[in-house]
Design a protein around this ligand. Sequence first.
Ligand code: PHE
Ligand code: FE
Length: 297
Amino acid sequence: REHGSILPSMSGDGHFEGPPPGARPDWTIDQNWDAYSRADHDVWITLYERQAALLPGRAADPFLKGLEALDLHRAGIPDFARINEELRRLTGWTVVAVPGLVPDDVFFDHLANRRFPAGQFIRKPEELDYLQEPDIFHDVFGHVPMLTDPVFADYMQAYGEGGRRALGLGRLHNLARLYWYTVEFGLLETPQGLRIYGAGIVSSRAESIFALDDPSPNRLGFDLERVMCTPYRIDDFQQVYFVIPSLQSLLDATLQDFAPIYARLAAASDVPIEAVLPTDRVFTRGTQAYAKAGGRT
Ligand code: PHE
Ligand code: FE
């Protein structure tokens, strides 16, 4: 998978026995920064330089500002101890290392406590554009810059709390779509045009271009309930992207009690992934040519 942009709940087979040997009960491990090889650091630097060249004019300002504030290119793979000092100072978040995917409840518990679980490993040089599980480049380059924004920082913590609640209510599949279409694949409307803020896009060279420039996908105004009714692709470019007018409006939309929304969703059917509804605010009506041609296959 190019995107490496997985919400832990939506991947794997869901069978977790408990933390792997060597991990703590909350699934965290030491980053063990000294153990990365020269080749590992070079993979980071290659990916970093590719994205840093591509993203000005494409990524949203809070992302670019966060990238700058955390100085993520310095000497290869960042040391969490170093970035956590700055991140803690800015928004009270920290990054913690995990071996790979973690169970839903563990993931939500970290978010609710302003800890972002990041994969400790980095992809191989022959996997620059393709990987199965989120690695440190996706998790740190993709996700952590946005956590320097105070509004987005609050949104992610609230999402963790909301995740625990959705688990209990049996509506996690609906809430996961919100994460997917915002945290992973969200677009932001600005006076200069659409900008990327989703981690799955900013960490992927090909999707950084596709999400903004390709005529295939629909680009629609964000509507909370509509998003929670829309399925998504985990293994290819998205067929639809949702555009928020501001991070504050996203946070505001999620502050309401979701219980009545979940009750409505339980009785409603999903919206087909390529649909444009009469109620949608349409930024781009896509041709769907990419998906119709079979996508990546
Ligand atoms: N307000 C949501 C609820 O009542 C929780 C939530 C907040 C979900 C932010 C997502 C993002 O369940
Ligand atoms: Fe991700």
